[in-house]
Design a protein around this ligand. Structure first.
Ligand SMILES: NC(=O)c1ccc[n+]([C@@H]2O[C@H](COP(=O)([O-])OP(=O)(O)OC[C@H]3O[C@@H](n4cnc5c(N)ncnc54)[C@H](OP(=O)(O)O)[C@@H]3O)[C@@H](O)[C@H]2O)c1
Ligand SMILES: *[C@@H]1O[C@H](CO)[C@@H](O)[C@H](O)[C@H]1NC(C)=O
Length: 352
């Protein structure tokens, strides 16, 4: 009887020991993780000093993210040089901020225009150099099913979003090295998950890889590089009117064969889907994006990538890590299907 009790006591002791040991490991892991997370949060929130002595050039400041960022950094005391595509953009920005806001006209597809902007910035910044370059200028159209597009359509987007961005960066690098500055490149979730057809996704994948190479090459010179990956926001590039007008142009110039394969209803459905997805996905609060840009410029330790917006964080970026088959199914659900394929195949068979 006594022996039995001793056995049971030993059993219980053993069980308690096991659970306790298990819990210690669990406790240790949790504590370490919380500690690491706290360290990261503190590290992430340390800010740089003396923003008043720092110059930042932002491209595409006429509207959208660039425009808001210019205003915000100006208010913070940065020496902002806002590069606008148009004279009107420059004037409007000065009117809504103050005459101390510096602006310059910059067409990123025009080498001469870039050279002139470099000269202007070099003169403005003097011995300090350029602390920040935000490559924000961009365009989305022409965008649409791949077989609706020609080379000219691809060039129009790639020349601005990728080639223009590369040329601007290369030409400003000497000034950025001088200030041990930062490059902030605006990519997109469409630079992680390609859909929509045309130069847009291509250009943003290019921005991702150009930025990765640049970051690895420039770390030796103290120049840091961050990539912003916004989801969908209400701005010029997601303007339905512009997108629909261009889709009309593409649809109207299609050959009858291609049109038949897609079916007459396809175009209307495609427009409907565009409208629906732009209206449901597009976030009006573009400060979610400029907050990321500000962090990349003002944090002591800028992050490499910033997913901006709920849709980016919880839908597009996770989907970009999913197996291609899963992403294909999701995108197939989102986009309409061509309805005339059978008809057009039958016709081709008769032709042959
Ligand atoms: N909005 C979104 O959902 C979203 C999502 C992911 C990434 N992005 C990216 O964010 C960046 C900013 O776009 P946004 O959304 O703020 O749209 P936006 O309001 O259209 O801003 C883009 C600006 O770039 C200018 N631009 C166009 N071509 C140019 C050129 N050749 N040289 C210089 N500037 C030029 C545009 O001028 P015009 O208006 O006169 O053409 C416009 O002011 C773009 O790179 C875009 O691809 C946007
Ligand atoms: C921008 O530069 C390109 C290339 O030189 C030119 O074709 C285009 O017309 C320019 N755009 C504007 C608005 O000046």
């Amino acid at each position: 009887m006594l022996l039995q009790n001793e056995d049971r006591a030993e059993d219980i002791l053993q069980r308690v020991k096991e659970i306790w040991m298990g819990n210690t490991a669990l406790l240790a892991t949790t504590t370490s993780l919380v500690f690491l997370l706290l360290c990261w949060i503190i590290r992430d929130s340390i800010k740089i000093k003396n923003v008043h002595e720092k110059y930042v050039l932002i491209t595409g400041c006429d509207t959208g993210f660039g425009n808001l960022l210019a205003q915000r950094l100006h208010r913070k005391g940065f020496g902002v040089i806002a590069a606008c595509f148009t004279e009107k953009g420059c004037q409007e920005l000065i009117a809504c901020t103050s005459p101390s806001m510096k602006t310059v006209i910059l067409n990123v597809t025009n080498p001469k225009s870039i050279d002139e902007a470099v000269q202007f910035v070099a003169a403005e910044t003097g011995s300090k150099g350029l602390y920040g370059l935000v490559n924000n200028a961009g365009r989305a159209t022409p965008i649409g099913p791949t077989d609706w597009l020609d080379m000219e359509d691809f060039h129009r987007v790639l020349d601005v979003n990728l080639i223009g961005l590369i040329e601007v960066t290369l030409k400003f690098l000497p000034l950025l090295k001088k200030a041990k500055g930062r490059v902030v490149n605006v990519a997109s979730v469409m630079g992680r998950l390609a859909f929509g057809g045309g130069g847009y996704s291509l250009s943003k994948w290019g921005v991702e890889s150009f930025s990765d190479s640049l970051r690895r090459d420039m770390q030796h010179f103290g120049v840091r590089v961050s990539i912003i990956e916004p989801g969908f926001f209400k701005t010029g590039v997601t303007n339905l009117e512009v997108i629909e007008k261009d889709l009309n142009r593409l649809w109207n110039r299609l050959t009858p064969d291609v049109k038949t394969a897609y079916g007459e209803k396809y175009f209307d459905n495609y427009l409907k889907v565009q409208k629906l997805s732009m209206n449901t996905f597009c976030d009006a609060d573009i400060s979610k994006v400029t907050n990321c840009m500000e962090h990349a410029l003002t944090a002591r330790f800028p992050r490499t990538r910033y997913g901006a917006g709920w849709d980016a964080k919880f839908f597009w970026l996770p989907l970009s890590y999913a197996p291609a088959a899963v992403a294909d199914i999701m995108l197939k659900l989102l986009l309409p299907r061509p309805t005339g394929i059978k008809k057009s195949l039958a016709k081709n068979q008769i032709d042959v």
